[in-house]
Design a protein around this ligand. Structure first.
Ligand SMILES: NC(=O)c1ccc[n+]([C@@H]2O[C@H](COP(=O)([O-])OP(=O)(O)OC[C@H]3O[C@@H](n4cnc5c(N)ncnc54)[C@H](O)[C@@H]3O)[C@@H](O)[C@H]2O)c1
Length: 432
C-alpha cells in the first residue's frame, strides 16, 4: 500500500482510464497534464485511433491540449485490455444508460469489471466513476474482483468517486470541481483521494462508496426535481397569464433561501433524465417509492408535448394548421454550446411534429448532421431567406453564437422555449 501511495504522490503511477468519452477523456488529459503516464482503454476504435493521432473528439478538450501529451508519450489509447496488468490505477468511466423499461443498464460496468478481473494484479487501485445506483461499487465491482482470490484493502484497493463534469462549462472543468471520494476501506479512500489530489484542487473524503454513490444521485435528483417544479410553475403561469421568466428573475433577487431553476422544453443529456431513475429503481427494490423522482420525471417528460401544443396553437392563431407547416428547430443539442444530442428534447419534439404532418428542418452550428432513430437531417445555415420561408421557428437550445435579431426580424412566428429573445418584443413571439 505504501509503495502505491508513494508512486501516486511521485506521479509515477501508470493510470488506465476505461471509457474515453465525455468523462474519461478530460480525466485522462488532467492526469497526463500533471505528469502521470496515462493509457485510455476504449472499445471504440475510432476514439483510440483519433487520440493516438494526437487529436481530440470532445468539444471541451481542445486538440492543442491533447497533441503535446500524446507526442511526449504521456497519453495514449488502446482497445487491448491486457494492458490492465501493467497499470497501477484503473478509473472506470463507461456509460450507465437506462434500459427500454427505464431500469438501470449496468452492462457496461459489468463488462469493464470482467475485463479488469481477468488482468487484476496485486496492489492495483480501482475507482468506479460512472454514475450508478447506491451499492454498485460493492455489489458489481467488489464481488467480481474478489472472485479472483485477491482481497480488497490487502491485495487491491477499491473506491467510488462520482464524476461531476459539466460539458460546455468554461469556468468549472475537471480540475476545479471538487471530487468526492469514498473507499471500501480507509486505505482505499486514502489512495484514491491521494490520486485525485495530484490534479484536482479539492477532494472531499466520505466514509464509504455508498455515501459517494448517494452524493451523485442526490445532486442530479436535486436538479431534476427542481427543474420539474419550475416546469410545473411554467405550465401554471401559462394558464394564469403570467410571464414565468419575469417571476423567476424577480424571485432570484432574494439573497437567501432561493436558487433559480429555469423551465424548458424537457430534460436532456446522459445525466439528469437518467440518474434519478437509478435511485428510484434501487429504492423500489427495498419497497420504497421515490415519489419526488417519479413526479418530476412525469412533469419533465410532459414538456415536449407542451411545446408541440404551443406551436400548434400559435400556428392556429395565424390561421395555419400544423400539418403541412414548415417548421425550423433552432438548436438540437441537449443544452447550449455543446455538440451532444443524447436524450435531447429536440429529438422528441421533431418526431412529434413530423408524426403530425409538419415539414421539419433544423439549424444547429454544433450538430451538422442529425442521424438519430428514424431521423436523418442536415443542419441549415440561418439566413433571412430560410427564416422568411418558414411558418414557424422554434428555439429549443439557445446557443450563444446565434444572431437572434435576424430571427426576430425575418421569422413570421417564433416559439421561444428558453427565453432567448428576452428584450425583444412582437406579436409573432410566443414564450414557453
Ligand atoms: N457526460 C456527462 O456530462 C457526465 C457527467 C457526470 C457523470 N457522467 C457519467 O459518467 C459515465 C460516462 O459518461 P460519458 O458521458 O463519458 O459517456 P460516453 O458515452 O461519452 O463515454 C463512454 C465511453 O465508454 C466506452 N465504453 C463502453 N463500454 C466500454 C467497455 N466495456 N470498455 C471500455 N470502454 C467502453 C464507449 O466507447 C465510450 O467511449 C456515465 O456513468 C455518466 O452517467 C457523465
Amino acid at each position: 500500500m505504501n509503495r502505491l501511495l508513494e508512486i501516486i504522490k511521485n506521479r509515477e503511477a501508470r493510470i488506465g482510464v476505461i471509457g474515453l468519452g465525455y468523462v474519461g477523456l478530460p480525466l485522462a488529459v488532467e492526469f497526463a497534464r500533471v505528469g502521470f503516464d496515462v493509457c485510455g482503454i476504449d472499445v471504440d476504435k475510432h476514439k483510440t485511433d483519433t487520440l493516438n493521432d494526437g487529436r481530440s473528439y470532445i468539444l471541451d478538450v481542445p486538440t492543442e491540449k491533447v497533441k503535446p501529451l500524446v507526442e511526449k508519450g504521456k497519453l495514449r489509447a488502446t482497445g487491448d485490455f491486457s494492458i490492465i496488468s501493467k497499470l497501477d490505477v484503473l478509473c472506470i468511466c463507461v456509460p450507465t444508460p437506462l434500459g427500454k423499461s427505464r431500469d438501470p443498464d449496468v452492462s457496461y460496468i459489468v463488462k469493464a469489471v470482467d475485463a479488469i478481473a481477468l488482468y487484476l494484479q496485486k496492489n492495483q487501485l480501482v475507482i468506479l466513476e460512472s454514475t450508478t445506483y447506491h451499492g454498485s461499487t460493492e455489489e458489481l465491482v467488489l464481488t467480481k474482483l474478489e472472485e479472483t482470490g485477491l482481497r480488497v484493502g490487502e491485495d487491491f484497493y477499491l473506491a467510488f468517486s462520482p464524476e461531476r463534469v459539466d460539458p460546455g462549462n468554461k469556468v468549472y472543468t475537471t480540475h476545479n470541481v471538487p471530487k468526492v471520494v469514498g473507499g471500501v476501506t480507509p486505505h482505499c479512500t486514502q489512495l484514491a483521494a491521494g490520486l485525485y489530489e495530484q490534479c484536482i484542487d479539492e477532494v472531499k473524503r466520505v466514509s464509504s462508496p455508498r455515501v459517494a454513490e448517494m452524493v451523485k444521485l442526490l445532486e442530479n435528483t436535486f436538479r431534476s426535481v427542481n427543474i420539474g417544479l419550475v416546469n410545473e410553475i411554467a405550465l401554471m403561469s401559462d394558464k394564469l397569464g403570467v410571464d414565468v421568466w419575469e417571476v423567476i428573475e424577480a424571485a432570484a433577487t432574494k439573497p437567501f433561501g432561493f436558487m433559480p431553476f429555469y423551465p424548458g422544453p424537457g430534460l436532456g443529456g446522459h445525466c439528469i433524465p437518467v440518474d434519478p431513475f437509478y435511485l428510484s429503481w434501487k429504492a423500489r427494490s427495498i419497497g420504497f417509492e421515490a415519489r419526488f423522482i417519479e413526479l418530476a420525471g412525469m412533469i419533465n417528460g410532459f414538456m415536449p408535448y407542451h411545446v408541440v401544443t404551443k406551436i400548434t396553437d400559435a400556428l392556429n392563431r395565424q390561421r395555419k394548421c400544423l400539418k403541412g407547416s414548415k417548421i425550423i428547430i433552432l438548436g438540437v443539442s441537449y443544452k447550449r454550446d455543446i455538440d451532444d444530442v443524447r436524450e435531447s428534447p429536440a429529438l422528441d419534439i421533431i418526431e412529434k411534429l413530423i408524426e403530425r404532418g409538419a415539414a421539419v428542418s433544423y439549424s444547429d452550428p454544433y450538430i451538422p448532421e442529425l442521424a438519430e432513430g428514424h431521423l436523418a437531417l442536415t443542419s441549415r445555415t440561418l439566413d433571412r431567406d430560410i427564416l422568411a420561408s418558414q411558418d414557424c421557428a422554434v428555439i429549443i437550445t439557445a446557443h450563444s453564437n446565434v444572431d437572434y435579431s435576424l430571427l426576430v426580424k425575418h421569422a413570421s412566428l417564433i416559439v421561444d422555449t428558453r427565453n432567448a429573445l428576452k428584450g425583444f418584443s412582437g406579436d409573432h413571439i410566443v414564450k414557453l
